[in-house]
Design a protein around this ligand. Structure first.
Ligand code: ZN
Ligand code: ZN
Length: 178
């Protein structure tokens, strides 16, 4: 059995376990993530979600490699608007962002804040860099793809092949207005 890593919300009530290595660890530069990050950071007690330069660190894991150990009942989801199909989920115990789920996706993008300081797998690329505000500076340490790179899609697709094209269910969450 692959090694598991325990992660969780800031207050410790919501706990998860991820198995093996992620599909990929990224920083998303898109406007939706930045808007959502701003909103989530404004919730009481919420940890910082955005980097200093406005990107959102995510660790993308196959759904079948993520297990919720505790706190499922405190998960709450919201959509940016009725036109947005992707769902962002926070742990309402302490307002820690937990994951972003694309409708029909076989993975969850777990928010970097679930890992203890410095323990998150280092991002290997930035996606949607074309969405950053004009003149925004960001470190040049990792590749900045203007949209989503072919390598990014290849990793996602490869994971889905390995999963036998299944799409495991995720927790039923209550909704909040955010
Ligand atoms: Zn919590
Ligand atoms: Zn994004």
């Amino acid at each position: 059995m692959a090694e598991t890593t325990k992660i969780g919300c800031v207050c410790g009530q919501t706990r998860l376990e991820v198995e093996g290595t992620p599909i990929v660890s990224v920083e998303c530069c898109c406007t939706s993530c930045r808007t959502a990050g701003d909103r989530m950071q404004s919730f009481e007690g919420a940890p910082r979600t955005l980097t200093d330069y406005g990107t959102t660190p995510f660790v993308m894991y196959r759904k079948d490699r993520i297990r919720f150990l505790a706190g499922i009942e405190s998960l709450k989801s919201f959509r940016l608007s009725s036109e947005h199909s992707s769902k962002r989920v926070i742990a309402s115990c302490c307002n820690t962002p937990v994951y972003l789920e694309f409708k029909g996706g076989h993975w969850l993008s777990l928010y970097g804040g679930l890992w203890p300081e410095g323990a998150m797998p280092a991002p290997v690329m930035r996606t949607m860099a074309s969405d950053l505000p004009q003149g925004a500076t960001r470190p040049g340490d990792i590749p900045n793809a203007k949209k989503q790179s072919i390598g990014f899609f290849a990793k996602l697709f490869g994971a889905w092949v390995a999963m036998g094209f299944r799409n495991p269910k995720t927790p039923n969450t209550g909704e909040i207005n955010a």
